[in-house]
Ligand binder design. Structure first.
Ligand code: CP3
Length: 344
């Protein structure tokens, strides 16, 4: 049967006059209905681990906007928690975790086989979604890339320059690599379980890939993404993988070939014309619109949206933002972006 889902068609390499569209963090605080469900759950982590409510917030932006994809509602930091790290969120500040700075911290982590005990509610969310989503909507599962997840596990929080993770990488390379290997193995199991529960595509978020340079980028961004992608494709033939080595710059060039991902997600620091020439030559691309437009709106949003659609119109393309939508965004601007893409 010919594939009817627009996202899956783009991931298979089809060029479409109107590209499919979804948005990073599309279920989030800019939506009043999200804030209401989050309040009902109590807090963010309780929402992630409540399959009915997590499915509900995943469906909210689909109902409101009719996006072509739904992304599972969860967080990349559930994997560290499943490996035994303490995790909590400080309102207005972000995540906090117990830190990994020495061998004994690493030795206290749980084995990979144990992660499902913590993560099984997430698989239940996926099962609910695969029953409830409209037939034209693609369900995307996800995980953080090992480097990005490690930056949080090492520092115990988000850091502007990933300094603590770079320090461990240089000061105790064996421990750093053992941690990356543990996260890589856990990520393969986690994504596999999401696919078994009904995820049709998986995305690997490497939000801090841009702080790895040269050889380190190859070893700790490209290589783990390759290992995960190959394992997923061996176990689940035909499942497309999206890679997001955010702020990789020149590192975007050849990333799809080197890792085997079917699509490269782009941040908004690269020009769409450059990316069409140097990245889209290897296959599907996604992203690139500055998420600040969702706050400011107006003609500039329309112009940039058109410019991106135009630049990528000769190859497979999924329209998206360059990073997640922020809580101060105006839901009306999201509609304006969608109307601009779809009126093409
Ligand atoms: O995109 C989606 O709608 C799916 C759900 C999703 C969330 N986080 C929900 C979330 C996804 C795919 C993520 C990925 C994620 N989480 C990343 C990679 C992508 C990126 O943004 O770079 C990272 C680095 C995290 C870790 C994380 N989670 C941080 C640093 C924060 C705090 C910052 C913030 O935005 O508040 C979170 C919290 C988080 N994850 C929220 C949501 C909707 C906001 C929490 C809330 O409701 O209070």
């Amino acid at each position: 049967m010919a594939e009817t889902k627009k996202i899956l068609r783009a991931l298979a390499g089809e060029v479409q006059a109107v590209p499919p569209i979804w948005m990073m963090r599309q279920a989030g605080r800019y939506l009043p209905e999200y804030r209401a469900t989050r309040a009902q759950a109590g807090d963010f982590l309780s929402l992630c681990y409540n399959p009915d409510l997590a499915a509900e917030v995943t469906l909210q932006p689909i109902r409101r906007y009719g996006f072509d994809a739904a992304i599972l509602f969860a967080d990349i930091l559930l994997v560290p928690q499943a490996l035994g790290a303490d995790l909590w969120f400080v309102t207005g500040e972000g995540p906090r975790l117990s830190t990994i700075t020495q061998q004994s911290d690493f030795d206290a982590l749980k084995p990979v086989e144990d992660i499902h005990e913590t993560l099984s509610p997430v698989y239940e969310t996926v099962r609910i979604l695969s029953r409830e989503l409209p037939s034209e909507t693609t369900l995307i599962g996800f995980a953080g890339a090992p480097w990005t997840v490690a930056t949080y596990m090492i520092a115990g929080r988000g850091t502007p320059d990933q300094g603590p993770a770079h320090a461990l990488r240089e000061g105790n390379t064996a421990l750093f690599e053992a941690l990356l290997d543990r996260i890589t193995a856990a990520t393969i199991e986690y994504l596999s379980a999401q696919i078994e529960a009904g995820a049709e595509v998986v995305k690997i978020f490497d939000s801090w890939a841009g702080s790895l340079k040269g050889d380190a980028f190859q070893k700790y961004a490209v290589e783990p993404c390759r290992v995960i992608t190959q394992a997923i494709k061996a176990r689940h033939p035909g499942i497309p993988v999206i890679g997001f080595p955010r702020e990789a710059g020149e590192g975007y060039v050849g990333f799809a070939k080197a890792t085997g991902v079917d699509c490269v997600a782009l941040d908004n620091s690269v020009s769409p014309d450059w990316a069409a020439e140097h990245v889209q030559v290897d296959g599907c691309v996604q992203g690139n619109l500055a998420s600040s437009h969702m706050v400011t709106g107006g003609q500039a949003l329309v112009d940039d949206t058109r410019r991106i659609v135009e630049a990528f119109s000769n190859g497979p393309h999924i329209f998206n933002l360059g990073h997640g939508i922020t809580p101060d965004a105006d839901p009306e601007n999201v509609q304006l972006m969608i109307d601009t893409v779809r009126s093409r």
